[in-house]
Design a protein around this ligand. Structure first.
Ligand SMILES: Nc1ncnc2c1ncn2[C@@H]1O[C@H](COP(=O)(O)OP(=O)(O)O)[C@@H](O)[C@H]1O
Ligand SMILES: [Mg+2]
Length: 332
């Protein structure tokens, strides 16, 4: 197993701001690795540490086993796709894509051929003569991708690359990016604040908060077993049970998570808890039922195939399999 990128207790502090704070991680070659976290959690700084635009205040970043401090940024086998694409407005699409090879001293014929090949790869054949301003947002995104890939990086860094696209285009690009990554076999380090995006695309997810990794694992591990309340809240629709509520439900008497789709509605007084239906919302694929239990609300997702949802104000029992309730650690 080759490690493409390794962080060994890496920190990057800006004065009192701990942008990245004692982060250790390992990205295997060929992996689609997502860094997921809210704005300001240190994701972009991590990418800049890999590309060499930042240096660690402490710790080491290794790229394919080599200490990165010994490799100047322009010699690292790494390219970045930026959130705002950073295309040159005065250059044509072809010249934008050929820019990296031009800087590397590749002659005109060869670099233009390479640019055309990359434009075909991102399905932009015939667009080479246009200026970026004459493209849609999705097309500009593809040019940015082609411009990074033309340099044949071993690691592609993507900083919220789909953030500016509307939902439908974003979903289409998610699939295309995943397919592209698999067919090229390049390591992707993909930064996003969108949990759905991270879960659906990545092989491994690292969840960031305040410059630290609070959990990493497969998308399933992170989704099904959030380690802390922060992860449960940030990564999905998990209910968070207070120690009191968890104890009343026969649980461990500590903070616990319980996925909304793991809960079944039963006739009271059976079930682990009972409460009153507060709201029912139609989701298309099912219903989202909010049940008030004392001061707490628990959310239940009912698949559309089950019986019709209960009416607001109904008393209901809530039941679930014992293993659906996961104990959590306190937030650091
Ligand atoms: N050059 C800098 N100088 C001072 N503070 C910075 C600098 N770069 C980033 N930060 C701060 O570090 C924290 C993490 O930033 P960033 O890595 O951009 O987060 P993210 O990409 O997750 O939104 C933020 O609080 C940000 O303001
Ligand atoms: Mg950022």
């Amino acid at each position: 197993m080759t490690l493409a990128v390794e962080f060994d207790h890496v920190s990057r502090h800006f004065g009192a701001v701990r942008a990245v704070d004692d982060v250790s991680l390992a990205v295997e070659e060929g992996c689609f690795f997502a860094m997921l976290g809210p704005s300001g959690s240190g994701k972009t700084t991590c990418l800049r540490l890999i590309s060499g635009f930042e240096r660690p205040t402490a710790g080491h970043v290794r790229i394919f086993g080599q200490n990165s401090e010994t490799i100047p940024p322009n010699r690292r086998p790494v390219n970045t796709v930026f959130q705002d694409y950073a295309l040159f407005p005065h250059l044509s699409v072809r010249e934008n894509v050929a820019y990296g090879p031009k800087m590397a001293g590749v002659d005109r014929r060869r670099r233009e051929a390479a640019a055309e090949e990359m434009l075909a790869l991102v399905k932009l054949e015939g667009y080479g003569d246009r200026k970026p301003a004459a493209l849609s947002g999705g097309q500009r995104q593809r040019v940015a991708l082609a411009r990074a890939l033309v340099n044949r990086p071993r690691v592609l860094l993507l900083d919220e690359p789909l953030g500016a696209l509307d939902l439908k285009l974003r979903e289409a690009m998610q699939e295309e990016l995943k397919t592209l990554q698999q067919s090229l076999g390049i390591t992707f380090v993909f930064v996003t604040h969108d949990q759905g995006e991270a879960l659906s695309m990545a092989d491994r997810v690292a969840v960031f908060n305040h410059g630290r990794i609070v959990q990493h694992g497969t998308p399933q591990e992170v989704y099904e077993r959030p380690r802390t309340r922060f992860v449960a809240d940030f990564v999905g629709s998990a209910n968070v049970l207070s120690p009191e509520l968890s104890a009343r439900a026969g649980g461990p008497g500590r903070w616990a998570s319980l996925r909304a789709e793991s809960i079944r509605l039963v006739a009271p007084p059976s079930g682990r808890l009972s409460g009153t239906v507060r709201t029912v919302r139609y989701l298309g694929a099912g219903h989202r039922v909010s049940v008030s239990i004392g001061g707490d609300d628990l959310v239940v997702i009912l698949p559309a195939a089950t019986a019709p949802p209960p009416a607001t104000g109904t008393e209901v029992g809530l039941d679930w399999a014992a293993e659906a309730l996961h104990e959590m650690e306190p937030d650091a």
